[in-house]
Ligand binder design. Structure first.
Ligand code: ZN
Length: 294
């Protein structure tokens, strides 16, 4: 068993960095240390809390199970880096270019990926609560069953992303682009999706309790048995959507457009539908009897 050690600076209780006897704060020759670090092949389980590296370029490196809490890697260019089960709390990767990186089961609460880019990133079963993905471009990424509770995804691009069972409760996705994403079974309670692009998305059985979907585009989406109870869908575009069995209980649907939508067995009890349009919608077995029209 590895003996727990402290940084060599008297009275410092920080854990020393991998390949050093000092913590980042007390490390001398930081540039030389970072150069050695980048050249080293094995970084698995490395302890690298709070390191600061500008313009980091890393290619094909194993950082699985590494601890990088509070590390600053703004603008990093990382390709084929393995972050599986890494701890990345409060890591700063703003503006980073992430190619084929794997964050499977990583934990990064409070991390920041603002304006970062990465096509086809793997993030399944990861946890990034209260993280910042503002304007991130993570098209086609895999976020299956990831936990992004309370995160910011303003104007982020997650087109075609796999988000089955994702937790985005109380997340802010205003004007995010989720075109064609799979959000089946997603937890979106209290999420802000104002003006978001959800065209052609899968939202089967998604929990949208109290979500703000004002002006959102849900064109041709599939929301079978979804739960937008008490959600705000004012002015939302639901044309051609499959809304079979959706519970719109007490939802605000004023000026929403349901033209050509499949509303079979949907329930509009106590929903506000003033100004909503239902041209050509399939309303067989739809419960509209207690909907509020004035
Ligand atoms: Zn120290």
């Amino acid at each position: 068993m590895e003996e727990f050690q402290f940084c060599e600076t008297p009275k410092c209780t920080n854990r020393p960095l991998t390949q050093s006897t000092y913590c980042w704060l007390h490390l001398q020759e930081k540039a030389a240390y970072l150069k050695r670090l980048i050249d080293s092949k094995d970084l698995k389980q490395a302890y690298l809390a709070k390191i600061e590296i500008d313009d980091l370029h890393l290619n094909r490196r194993d950082l699985s199970c590494a601890i990088l809490n509070g590390a600053r890697m703004t603008g990093a260019k990382l390709s084929d880096v393995n972050f599986k089960q890494a701890t990345l709390c409060h890591v700063i990767l703003d503006g980073a270019a992430l190619r084929h990186c794997d964050f499977t089961s990583a934990i990064g609460d409070g991390a920041s990926f603002a304006a970062a880019t990465g096509n086809g990133l793997k993030l399944p079963w990861s946890q990034f609560k209260y993280a910042n993905f503002t304007r991130a471009d993570f098209v086609s990424c895999d976020l299956t069953e990831a936990v992004l509770t309370g995160s910011l995804l303003l104007r982020a691009r997650f087109e075609g992303a796999k988000m089955l069972g994702i937790f985005l409760d109380h997340a802010d996705l205003e004007e995010a682009d989720l075109n064609g994403a799979d959000l089946s079974y997603a937890v979106l309670g209290g999420a802000r999706l104002k003006g978001a692009n959800l065209a052609d998305t899968q939202l089967k059985r998604a929990n949208l309790l109290g979500a703000d979907l004002r002006g959102a585009c849900l064109l041709n989406s599939s929301m079978v048995k979804a739960l937008p109870i008490r959600a705000d869908l004012r002015g939302a575009d639901l044309q051609g959507a499959n809304l079979q069995g959706v519970l719109f209980l007490e939802a605000d649907l004023r000026d929403a457009v349901f033209d050509g939508a499949n509303l079979r067995s949907a329930n509009f009890e106590r929903a506000l539908i003033k100004g909503a349009s239902f041209n050509g919608a399939d309303i067989r077995n739809t419960n509209l009897k207690n909907a509020i029209t004035d």
